[in-house]
Design a protein around this ligand. Sequence first.
Ligand SMILES: CC(C)(COP(=O)(O)OP(=O)(O)OC[C@H]1O[C@@H](n2cnc3c(N)ncnc32)[C@H](O)[C@@H]1OP(=O)(O)O)[C@@H](O)C(=O)NCCC(=O)NCCS
Length: 139
Amino acid sequence: MLLLFLDNAIKNKSKIMGFGHREYKVKDPRAIILQKLAEDLFIRFGADEMYEVAKSLEAEAIPRLGPKGIFPNVDFYSGLVYRKLGIPRDLFTPIFAISRVAGWLAHWREQLGANRIFRPSQIYTGASPRDWTSLENRE
Ligand SMILES: CC(C)(COP(=O)(O)OP(=O)(O)OC[C@H]1O[C@@H](n2cnc3c(N)ncnc32)[C@H](O)[C@@H]1OP(=O)(O)O)[C@@H](O)C(=O)NCCC(=O)NCCS
């Protein structure tokens, strides 16, 4: 089942979530830290069968995607940590984003300053200005 999913995804060139990074062409060093954190969490609060699935997926994906420079990124294991913490799945993406806003803005400032080592390129094409409801007025 797992191999079928993996081989189909690779054949169809669909992206496997949690794999690939613009800079890291090895296993993301942050994923190694997150994986250890996940293991500590499972020891303290009980195992998660999805962790076994994730490890099998990683083991099978590395020989197939590793030669293309595609390895697990930090969020391959962070989703499992959030799941164990009881955070609803539809909040995972906002949490991934919130933790990165400071870094994204720092990159954006560097880019505005024409810093030559800046990467990746970042051009906002969304709506502007955006409407928002202040916390006290939200239901
Ligand atoms: C990692 C990345 C920045 C590298 O870009 P790049 O150097 O231009 O390389 P490519 O996009 O051509 O990818 C190289 C190969 O790896 C494959 N690949 C890349 N990311 C993959 C993923 N997440 N799952 C499966 N295959 C992937 C590509 O299909 C491509 O295969 P091919 O050589 O058979 O055409 C880019 O591939 C990317 O953004 N990948 C998706 C990352 C992602 O969204 N991950 C899931 C969310 S966490």
